[in-house]
Write a protein of this length. Structure first.
Length: 150
């Protein structure tokens, strides 16, 4: 079953159960998917899981940015709501690698490329995105690579 169908099924289930914390977030996801289809001029077909994963990652990043702003402003109510949305969105994302796994993969690719300075970062990131795009948090990867290559 495609990721899009899973999201729609979960939305229908949460509507039946009248789960007021879940279905608004799922509606936002469905809306983002439809917006992407309209922008890409895709008609009735389902999107590839990779495209939906990209949309979900973008939504998570937006919510993480909002969380930072709410923490600074001391808005615990809004912060809690954003964190709940993040956890709902994360249900549909592939499991992300741990810090230790990220470090191991980065070191392996750095050796593979023969990188010796920050100038080689583009090559490293290209390989990482191609091979591990769905399971890596690239903000963490970028910081880690910079530390390793210093």
């Amino acid at each position: 079953m495609s990721l899009e169908k899973k999201i729609e099924e979960k939305l229908n289930q949460s509507l039946k159960n009248k789960d007021k914390t879940v279905f608004p977030t799922l509606r936002l996801i469905i809306s983002a998917i439809k917006d992407f289809k309209i922008a890409s001029k895709i008609k009735e077909q389902d999107l590839k899981d990779q495209e939906i994963t990209s949309i979900l990652k973008k939504m998570t990043k937006q919510r993480n940015d909002s969380c930072e702003a709410y923490k600074k402003a001391g808005r615990e109510d809004l912060l809690k709501k954003e964190q709940e949305e993040i956890s709902i969105i994360n249900e549909f994302l592939p499991k992300q690698m741990s810090e230790e796994e990220i470090k191991t993969v980065c070191q392996k690719v750095i050796k593979q490329v023969g990188a010796s300075s920050i100038k080689d970062m583009g090559k490293i990131m290209g390989i990482l995105k191609k091979d591990y795009g769905d399971v890596l948090d690239f903000s963490k990867v970028s910081k880690l690579i910079k530390e390793i290559l210093k």
